[in-house]
Design a protein around this ligand. Structure first.
Ligand code: THG
Length: 726
């Protein structure tokens, strides 16, 4: 109890110290353990050779001595020996039942070391370490729920043992980062600490490989966006490389993240010397480089990972002293992100184009493939949308007669890995939305919330936005059973105002993460009531944009033209989008490849569409038109036969040789067998492999080598290669 109180007291001071000066956090535990010669595999490791956590039970004094060696050279904080202490990891050593105890003991050991060195002028802290584990949710090796339960158990132990902060480190997968961060929050809720002044700060550190991305292919910018919204205190980078290789990634964090930034590099890039791993960077240059991060970039927490000894930390403490980090003024991105790269919610000189056809209600083909459970085909379909220009994909699997949760699992599980762009999760069911969010390592956009049933839907969905990190679409629909969807500009604004108040007030959503959808429906029915729907929507966009300039404004564009022929729809959609952008629209759910710029549309068609949109009848009719001029009939009349769009450069138009290469480069299995069968009529199997398939792999290799293609995509290509060869 005393420890616990001591911990609470000190943790309050941890958050007091950080704004004032750099915090020195620990060197390598693993390297230190390896250096101890009298550890016995049977007696000390109980036969569990790769389980350093066992030493907390068998040789606590050895672990405490290592902690003290770092406190002795001036470190403010050390990390507990609990890197692999989560039940789902330590279960490999048959210790799952003792995971919480092992974590608790690890914190108690570090606590004893800290208390032995603490003075009134220099308090010492314990960071409870939580490593990445051996299974990743993104790769389908464990579920979010199982991983969450496991990290929560470990975090409970660390809290009970007196940790002052929780450090999720060496992360390779953003989904694991988010899951572990929520476990640290849940554990504190269970312990009655969360949202009290005694809460333990949470830090998340990712690992950027020598490729310049996380193991899953994640850029640092994507990590900053996906983690930036979580209620954690710090973001940082550790392991894999030395400080030099980290510099640009650290710079990105310090410029784009408002949280504390921590940096714990290895002692340089590891090299093999005489069969042993050697970390070449000496204490002085190590300290010098980290010192520059503090002075030039404003890094807040520094220390070392693999290969850093007490000598490295001593040099660091001496070199950097207690000077404050350089002040920072980060520009926080307003963005969503895939597992790979971020996308700004507001595009310069354009709207955010959200592909509409990955939607069971918006595409017969998508719906059919879903019904047939053609999962590979659904991936190809999505890729086609991205090739067609979509910045984001709107994914909706809702339709009567199918299990939306199961379908979301199948579809999103594949999309998060195989699709480069961020996802918009479109569902009326909160549990379907949550299923998707538990699979998406990036930051999604949730489509949508509204006030149809009062605040009920907000109450269900808004908590998820913070928990999983997501932006949200807010529809201007309220409880009014007569009106339903707001049809006038004033009502659209009034409902948007109410939504804004609830979202930013009660739910603390960043206004930049809200995209209002003033909604439109077709103006092509000929009903008198419908003719002004587009007009009111445009006015609504303008009013909402003026009132809430930080927020985004989105439309499901194609709704405007339901009922018309495809060629007419293409024109009306393009013209309406043009008008909407002029009024302040920032995002649109569209079929991007079918949107045409003004220059490509026949001026007569353009003007006719404008007449339809602005309801040019009576006094507003075009010059010379008869008194009973009807802009709808006029517009429809311009598209007598359905002369629809030219086909895209489709797979079937490629030469057979190009097709084979494409399969490999795109990692595309659809039609693979057909194309191979055709090839076998002309070539021997060996020729197909050596001349055509390997040519594709060569391109893949070049793309990977130059950083233009990430590992999961390379693996997909390899998979197709394997299948083709088989
Ligand atoms: N606001 C928000 N979300 C939305 C909408 C909105 N999501 C769904 C929808 N509206 C936007 N998406 C689509 C997708 C497709 C079509 C229209 C809107 C569409 N599809 C053709 C059709 O039905 O005729 C193509 C059919 C096919 O290829 O089979 O028009 O307003 N927030």
């Amino acid at each position: 109890m005393l420890n616990r109180l001591g911990g609470m007291h000190l943790s309050a001071r941890l958050l007091d110290i950080l704004p004032q000066r750099v915090l020195f956090l620990d060197g390598a535990m693993g390297t230190a353990i390896h250096a101890i010669e009298d550890l016995d595999l049977e007696r000390d490791f109980q036969g569990k050779e790769n389980c350093p956590e066992v030493l907390n039970l068998t040789r606590p004094e050895v672990i405490q001595r290592i902690h003290e060696s770092f406190f002795a050279v001036g470190c403010d904080a050390v990390e507990t020996n609990s890197f692999g202490g989560m039940p789902h990891v330590i279960s490999e050593f048959d210790l799952a039942d003792r995971a919480r105890e092992i974590c608790r003991v690890s914190a108690q050991i570090a606590r004893r070391a800290a208390d032995a060195h603490a003075t009134p002028g220099k308090p010492r802290f314990v960071f409870g370490s939580l490593g990445p584990g051996t299974k990743l949710v993104t790769l389908g090796q464990i579920t979010w729920d199982d991983m969450l339960a496991s990290y929560t158990e470990a975090a409970r132990g660390l809290i009970e043992g007196g940790a002052d902060a929780l450090l999720i480190e060496t992360c390779q997968d953003l989904l694991q980062c988010k899951c572990a961060a929520n476990a640290c929050i849940d554990a504190q809720r269970q312990a009655g600490l969360w949202e009290t002044e005694n809460r333990l700060p949470i830090f998340v550190q990712v690992t950027i490989e020598t490729t310049g991305a996380m193991l899953m292919g994640t850029e640092i910018g994507a990590a900053a966006v996906a983690l930036g919204q979580l209620p954690i205190d710090g973001i940082g980078i550790n392991c894999a490389t030395g400080p030099t290789e980290m510099a640009e990634h650290i710079r990105h964090l310090t410029e784009h993240c408002g949280k504390y930034i921590s940096v714990l590099p290895n002692a340089g890039l590891p090299a093999m010397v005489d069969g042993k791993t050697v970390f070449p960077l000496q204490p002085e240059p190590f300290a010098e480089q980290l010192g520059r991060f503090v002075d030039a970039l404003g890094v807040n927490v520094i220390g070392g990972c693999c290969g850093t000894t007490p000598d490295h930390l001593r040099a660091l403490v001496e070199k950097v002293g207690t000077r404050p980090p350089a002040p920072r003024e980060p520009r926080l991105p307003a963005a969503c992100t895939s597992l790979y790269s971020p996308v700004d919610l507001k595009q310069d000189n354009s709207v955010l184009m959200i592909g509409e056809r990955t939607n069971a209600n918006g595409s017969r083909k998508f719906k059919q493939m879903l019904a047939d459970e053609e999962w590979d085909g659904l991936v190809s379909w999505a890729r086609g949308e991205v090739r067609g220009g979509a910045h984001v994909l709107d994914v909706c699997v809702d339709y009567v007669g199918r299990d939306g949760v199961a379908d979301m699992q199948q579809v999103i599980g594949r999309y998060v890995q195989q699709i480069q762009v961020p996802l918009m999760i479109d569902s009326t069911e909160a549990d379907v939305i949550e299923t998707a969010l538990k699979l998406a390592g990036g930051k999604c956009i949730v489509n949508s919330i509204n006030l149809e049933d009062g605040e009920e839907r907000l109450n269900r969905v808004c908590p998820m936005l913070q928990r999983y990190g997501a932006a949200v679409v807010a529809l201007t629909i309220d409880e009014d059973p007569q009106a339903g969807m707001a049809k006038t500009a004033d009502r659209k604004l009034a409902i948007a105002e109410r939504l804004y108040g609830l979202c930013t007030g009660k739910w603390r959503i960043d206004p930049r993460d809200i995209l209002f959808d003033p909604l439109t429906f077709t103006i092509a029915t000929g009903n008198a009531d419908d003719r002004r729907l587009g007009l009111e929507t445009l006015d609504g966009i303008e009013k909402i944009a003026q009132r809430f300039p930080e927020c985004g404004i989105l439309l499901g564009l194609s709704n405007i033209s339901f009922g018309l022929k495809p060629a007419a729809r293409q024109v009306l959609n393009s013209v309406f989008l043009h008008e909407a952008i002029a009024r302040g629209l920032t995002a649109a759910i569209v079929h991007p490849s079918k949107i045409q710029p003004k220059t490509k549309i026949d001026p007569a068609h353009w003007d006719a569409a404008l007449g339809l949109i602005y309801d040019a009848r009576g006094a507003d009719r075009p010059e010379g038109a008869p008194e009973n001029f009807d802009p709808l009939i006029h517009f429809i009349g311009l598209f007598p036969d359905d002369a629809d769009a030219k086909p895209q450069v489709a797979h079937e138009n490629l030469s057979l040789e190009e097709k084979l290469q494409r399969h490999i480069i795109d990692g595309e299995k659809q039609n693979l067998e057909t194309d191979l069968d055709a090839a076998l009529e002309q070539y021997s199997p060996l020729e197909i492999i050596n001349d055509h398939l390997l040519a594709g792999m060569k391109v893949v290799g070049e793309l990977f080598g130059s950083g233009q293609m990430q590992l999961p995509f390379v693996l997909q290509s390899a998979e197709v290669m394997k299948q083709a060869v088989a």
